[in-house]
Design a protein. Structure first.
Ligand SMILES: NC(=O)c1ccc[n+]([C@@H]2O[C@H](COP(=O)([O-])OP(=O)(O)OC[C@H]3O[C@@H](n4cnc5c(N)ncnc54)[C@H](OP(=O)(O)O)[C@@H]3O)[C@@H](O)[C@H]2O)c1
Length: 284
């Protein structure tokens, strides 16, 4: 029986990992910076911890042998945090990105990529048994990118509308994570996880419109317009990461894998299914 700690348990992917493990009757501990606001199922043990203060990990890791790690914290404490994890745990499943996939969407240099590579190198050298999950674009980005515009009116302004991606549902990433956390046979595996179909960004917005029964006007804006507008709501490194990735991927079909079906036995959900299940978030 694995004793599993989820780091990033309140986030998009981690919260799904927690609920799927709990639903399967697996005992799980969640780390959160603010346990009172974690909003996790009542049977889940929630312990306070912060990746930027590595000493707080010791209490979270006590009695744990398997860790699911999401790292969105600043990079300064990566090495001491991983040292502590390696001292307690035997196995780690790290939510990374398709860092080694030869598709231009995934090959542009940026600070997030450099951090992911550094974490992977440290994990590989740690003696932990590891599995790297490499999801492509998350379907859930639509909540951040398009929901505010769609809730506010019928016009969606966006750059690189023709660029296709294969959006992956966070529940499917979590389903692969659960297998890697609970089963043998995933050590050293690097799972590139995408949704089942290549869809342009235009088609993704149009899908949301159809699902919520609204006719949206989808307008292309230039990368410079996007950069100017987004700098008020996103850090420059994130704006550049997105614009560079789409620029490089222009004219290429999305990279699509069947990893979800291969690992879980169930095909990955379509973007339409994701949008249908999240329709309320796009309604005014
Ligand atoms: N979006 C994409 O298209 C995409 C694609 C490929 C890979 N990824 C990777 O996916 C990861 C993000 O996953 P996600 O979307 O599930 O994240 P998310 O929804 O942003 O959640 C982040 C989680 O990290 C926790 N966290 C933040 N700072 C922390 C700290 N200092 N100490 C401990 N926990 C901390 C947050 O917990 P609290 O705030 O509650 O403490 C939260 O649970 C990133 O590493 C990204 O590179 C994303």
């Amino acid at each position: 029986m694995h004793r599993i700690l989820i780091i990033g348990a309140t986030g998009t992917v981690g919260s799904q990992v927690v609920s799927q493990l709990s639903a399967a009757g697996v005992q799980v501990r969640a780390m959160a910076r603010n346990p009172d606001a974690a909003g996790l199922p009542p049977q889940v043990e929630v312990v306070r911890g912060d990746l930027t203060v590595p000493a707080t990990l010791d209490g979270c890791l006590d009695g744990i042998d398997t860790v699911f790690l999401v790292w969105v914290a600043p990079p300064a404490t990566v090495a001491p945090a991983l040292e502590r994890i390696a001292k307690h745990a035997r196995r780690i499943v790290f939510l990374s990105a398709p860092l080694k996939t030869a598709h231009p969407l995934f090959q542009q240099p940026n600070p997030a990529r450099a951090l992911g590579e550094r974490i992977e190198r440290l994990i590989e050298a740690s003696g932990l048994q590891w599995t790297f999950l490499r999801p492509g674009m998350l379907a859930a980005n639509a909540r951040v990118w398009w929901a505010p515009q769609i809730r506010g009116g019928d016009v969606v302004r966006w750059p690189y509308l023709a660029v296709p991606t294969a959006p992956i549902d966070e529940r499917d990433i979590a389903a692969v994570a659960v297998r890697a956390l609970c089963e043998e046979g995933h050590a050293g595996a690097e799972y590139v996880i995408t949704g089942p179909e290549s869809l342009s960004q235009f088609e993704q917005v149009a899908t949301i419109g159809r699902v919520i029964g609204r006719s949206l006007r989808i307008e292309e804006i230039s990368p410079d317009e996007a950069r100017r507008e987004w700098l008020t709501i996103m850090p420059l490194s994130v704006v550049n990461m997105l614009l560079d990735a789409w620029a490089a991927a222009t004219g290429q079909p999305a990279f699509v894998t069947s990893t979800v079906a291969e690992i879980t036995g169930t095909p990955a959900r379509t973007f339409r299914e994701w949008a249908t299940d999240h329709a309320a978030e796009f309604r005014a």
